[in-house]
Design a protein around this ligand. Sequence first.
Ligand code: GDP
Length: 692
Amino acid sequence: MMVLTKKMIEIRSILQTVGQSNALTLPSIVVIGSQSSGKSSVLEAIVGHEFLPKGSNMVTRRPIELTLVNTPDAHAEYGEFPALGLGKITDFSQIQRTLTELNLAVPDSECVSDDPIQLTISSPHVPDLSLIDLPGYIQVAGHDQPLELKQKITDLCDKYIQPPNVILAISAADVDLANSTALRASRRVDPRGERTIGVVTKMDLVDATRGASILNDRKYPLRLGYVGVVSRVPQQPSHLFKRGNGGIASAITRNENAFFSAHPLEFGQESGVSVGTTTLRKKLMQVLEQTMAASLQSTSDAIRQELEEATYEFKVQYNDRPLSAESYLAESLDGFKHSFKEFTEHFGRPQVREMLKEELDQRVLDLLAAKYWNKPVTNLFPATAEPDSLADLPKADPDNLYWHRKLDASTSALTKLGIGRLATTVVANAIQANVDRLIAHSTFASHPFARQAITEAASGILNERFYSTSDQVENCIKPYKFEIDVEDGEWARGREHATGVLKNELRAVEEAVKNVEKNVGSKRKLKDVMGFVEKARKGEVIVGDDGKTGAGGFSSDLLERGKEALFLSDRAILLKLRLQALKSPQCATKANKYHCPEIFLDVVSTKLVSTAVLFLNVELLSEFFYQFPRELDIRLGRGLGREEVERFAREDPRVKGHLDVIRRKELLELVLEKMEGVRDLESSKRERERAR
Ligand code: GDP
């Protein structure tokens, strides 16, 4: 049993998952030969299956790194492409098709590529071997092939036939060995013939004496010798031998044995030459085992060096901090839930009340502006037939139905605004915005997958609660649609609050005017343009349609600013008038509510908000605060599979780097441990041999 090779092959597949550097490459047997020298046939005879691409049009375009794994206790034979994740393929014609596709994916214009295809074949009938099949050497490039193809193939093969690899040089018996491209190539890199095995195929095509003399060749002596084979699949009636998925090993061996035993003198025990696929297999196993043993030390050293680098990187870049995808997710989730908990402590009834009140204040402001203060400033003071201006409002006759209707209409415009929907929307939006803010400040910020999961968790709950919440709120404010009682205290607070709202609004407008001023450059200039716009409005000057060219010596841009400033200053005048009205002595008492719609509507909006908040708290906030962390657990905790957790963690490049270095370190430690074991095994074997 070739224990060492088996272990080393295991080790190599671990190293492959680490993304091993070239230094760690363990020895393989590299198969080279001219096109049609019988290279594929030899490999297939060793594997016992036809699985390599066939065809005349350069079908091997990429190196095939073939790992054979002996599975003595298993019945099944299968191939796997580790890089493709296709799983175990038991149909060898399927393997052949896949290999053909992978090779033909290299465009005709390039013809060869040095990107290897990895294929592992596991079977109780194969030895543990690692072989690399390369594109066959060509004599001259075909008319549809690039001229430099010959050189490209040579370069690719040269890359692989370096030490510590073993070279399997294939030559056909019916071609003079002196002309063998494979042997010539091997001689270049292995002039003393120390790591080359010569294989002479198609022994059946030359007569036995000549065949035997080829195998005894002394011109290019090889320490590992030559082996003669007949590895073509024999043509037999189909009932005796099934081509395709069935094994071809025994048919080849029978055919080969028949041929060689027919010439005992040339190929028999006494002849001193090696022949047969079985002999070749054994030789390959022995040679590879010895080569593996010889490279144990250097491979261990290379792995140790790699491990030291990984350890150093772990220490310097990651401070030796342990991490796993699971722990990272769990910590991130905990952190997020914690920040959510903090948010819930600062987002309760008072905050919701304030938010809603602000929203309604704005509505009241606009609503009253439309109902009471809807004339342009210039038209405000001239006496009109209708009592409808600041001039009239303070004198409003409380018995005049006109003012009653006006206030009633304003009030019902407010109560029938759709408070239920509005309030629920405002709060739901605020919650969603806060969740977004929490995400942005959490480790999840750099994880698109988690961001989406969290956002969806929040919107899912909010959407689900939306209709029932807004219905409940709407229902409970219903009484205010019919009757509103105001107490003295409420009136006083309303007056104060409404004053504050108007003042704030006025400040904002004045601020905006200042900004326009700044934009225009000077107060003076703005005044000029405002004057012009004012005149234009009254029809005193004519501004053409062509806004682009401007008018009155002002650019169109400047005119726009003038209009904006005029609008703002009109608004400021109105706001001042509204404030003035609020301050008037009439507004001190609720008895004069018809004089003071600003205060009355403020009181109404406060009542609406207080009632809405009670229901929003129960129906939306409490529910959300309870459900959201549970929903997070489902979407990002228990509900995630291992692979998803891994994929999640690796979304963040820093975490990926951290996880990679840990994995690399762990795998290298594992490999090194295994290597030590293998070395112990080897040295005890040597000791036993010495003792014998
Ligand atoms: P490759 O191009 O080097 O891979 O060569 P193949 O293995 O495809 O073989 C080329 C041709 O030689 C095919 O038609 C094979 O059937 C034939 N061939 C391979 N080995 C032998 C052999 O030992 N004896 C005979 N007579 N033909 C062989």
